[in-house]
Design a protein around this ligand. Structure first.
Ligand code: S3P
Length: 169
């Protein structure tokens, strides 16, 4: 049974869509950040603050390796998980990769009240989000399907993915 891998920038709805999708498919849901927090007993903020981004990326790669070897899972990846080529290879090999996207203005709006995004801690501006999106675009484009989530309800996005998956699992 193939996995469904959700990729995309912070605030594109990977976790909320993933939970609904998993329920509809009868698959298990797994959020990579939650796996990392469970393993370390630390929040994502604390991992970045106490050990740095490189350590976080190493933990993230380990979580990708573990989760990608399972089957029948809906996997919500962290926004930066697809930067690493080996992570991308493993995730693509494990199933169908669905990229969720949204315009930077909407991402900013969605993340405005959030305090658990260490990469935007010092600069939570539209320019910063645009620059990161631009830099990561090739990695997000490396997907089987891309879905713009702007103006859509979580259920509608899940439904769109289900329609795409029909006959592919
Ligand atoms: C990150 C995204 C976060 C989390 C970490 C780094 C990124 O996950 O993994 O803060 O590099 O974009 P979400 O996309 O679930 O917010």
């Amino acid at each position: 049974m193939k996995n469904i891998v959700l990729t995309g920038f912070m605030g594109t709805g990977k976790s909320s869509v993933g939970k609904v999708l998993a329920e509809r498919l009868g698959y298990k849901f797994c959020d990579l950040d939650t796996v990392i927090m469970g393993e370390t007993g630390l929040s994502i903020n604390d991992i970045f603050a106490e050990h740095g981004e490189a350590r976080f990326r190493a933990l993230e790669s380990r979580a990708v390796q573990r989760v990608a070897s399972k089957q029948g899972m809906v996997i919500a990846t962290g926004g930066g998980a697809v930067i690493d080529p080996e992570n991308r290879r493993l995730l693509r090999a494990s199933g169908v990769v669905v990229n969720l996207c949204a315009p930077p203005e909407l991402i900013l709006e969605r993340l405005r009240s959030e305090s658990d995004r260490p990469l935007l801690k010092d600069d939570r501006s539209l320019e910063k989000i645009e620059a990161m999106l631009h830099e990561r675009e090739p990695f997000y484009a490396d997907a089987d399907i891309r879905i713009d989530t702007a103006g859509k309800k979580v259920e509608d996005v899940a439904q769109e993915i289900l329609a795409y998956l029909h006959g592919k699992l």
